[in-house]
Design a protein. Structure first.
Length: 367
């Protein structure tokens, strides 16, 4: 069955499904008519180094066929829908085995000014070591991004997506498989779109694989940012940590749902998740739902937690005594809160670049 037929065979999910409890599918669909699969424009993609120079040999971005769709992680609705729409916008990012690079690679995704879509297939070889930043920007009123693929055995990857759209709706779905002894840090920095729905799923399918999923989320005005993260431990001696920080201002709302699944036979698995929400106004809302599903008794540990709170008034007072005005003190505390996850997303160069981008967003949203 092709992706379009598969999508059309599905029923509209109801609110009993926690994935869609806070952001109904009809609200995210580009036309609101859920039986439609509209034809959308193709986003424009390009690769470069952080200084704008060409990427070295060993990494390439080409138009691809889109490949077969793996629905083994149960995100069939979003994946089949995005796959069906992206026939004219399939991209293949290939990283050769043994590729190593200290400076981050930038994958620019320009959405354009009309509704658009892109499917990026990742084929990352074995024993590679590099950092990849996917930067999504543009003025379209709707953008859909599907990322699928695999990370080869022994590879070390820092994979960060930063959303800088001017407005509109952003639908994102990731389905990434992680190989033996591969170590991945998957970061999300989000502050641009008016409405975001992300469904991020990672499978640790071979022994020794590990992942840290990190979020630095900034919302203001009437933004609605909903992120769902799942990590599947399928093999022994696998490791995961999910750490998600959201700063919510104005009348905005953020949602973070996390599911850590440990399958029977995944002995020695070590899984944990924590959500922290900083409420910047009385009308801002933040919902966090951490969940565990553990089918194996012989595990190192499985834990979860969540915490909400306002800006610390004593810290505000201290900064004011040091010469900060009200807005400067508030921005400094928000930046420090988000930096706790931002600082784990990559090396020194990548961290400095991300801090610069976040500072610009803070100044724009909390000026």
């Amino acid at each position: 069955m092709d992706s379009a037929s598969q999508y059309l065979s599905m029923s509209e999910p109801d609110k009993s499904n926690h994935l869609w409890k806070y952001t109904p599918w009809r609200r995210i669909h580009p036309t609101g008519k859920i039986t439609e699969i509209p034809e959308l424009a193709s986003a424009t993609l390009s690769l470069s180094m952080m200084d704008g120079s060409e990427v070295p040999t060993g990494v390439s971005l080409v138009r691809g066929s889109g490949g077969d769709l793996d629905l083994s992680m149960d995100n069939a609705l979003t994946n089949s829908f995005l796959h069906a729409m992206s026939n004219s916008s399939n991209w293949l990012l290939v990283v050769e085995s043994g590729f190593r690079l200290e400076s981050p690679i930038i994958l620019d995704v320009q959405t354009g000014d009309v509704a658009s879509v892109a499917h990026i297939s990742l084929e990352i070889g074995e024993m590679a070591d590099f950092e990849l930043v996917t930067r999504v920007s543009g003025g379209s009123d709707w953008f859909g991004l599907l990322r699928t693929g695999n990370v080869g055995s022994g590879t070390i990857l820092n994979d960060v997506l930063i959303g800088l759209q001017e407005n509109g709706t952003f639908l994102r779905s990731d389905s990434i498989e992680i190989g033996r002894d591969a170590q991945v840090r998957a970061g999300t920095v989000s502050s641009g779109s008016e409405r975001t729905k992300s469904d991020l799923r990672y499978k640790l399918e071979e022994r020794g694989g590990g992942i840290k999923v990190l979020g630095s989320i900034l919302s203001a005005e009437s933004m609605h940012l909903d992120h769902h993260i799942e990590i599947h431990h399928e093999a022994p001696d696998t490791f995961s940590r999910l750490s998600w920080h959201s700063a919510c201002g104005g009348d905005s709302r953020t949602i973070g749902t996390g599911m850590l699944q440990v399958s029977k036979g995944a002995k020695g698995a070590d899984a944990g998740q924590i959500f922290h929400n900083l409420l910047l106004s009385d009308s801002a809302e933040a919902d966090s739902i951490p969940e565990l599903e553990v089918m194996e008794n012989d595990v190192v540990g499985c834990g979860h937690g969540t915490a909400n709170g306002p800006i610390d008034e004593e810290q505000m007072f201290y900064l004011k005594t040091r010469g900060f005005d009200e807005k400067e003190a508030k921005r400094a505390l928000i930046a420090a809160f988000l930096n706790s996850t931002l600082s784990e997303m990559g090396g020194e160069k990548l961290h400095e670049w991300l801090v610069g981008e976040l500072t610009l967003q803070l100044e724009a949203l909390h000026s």
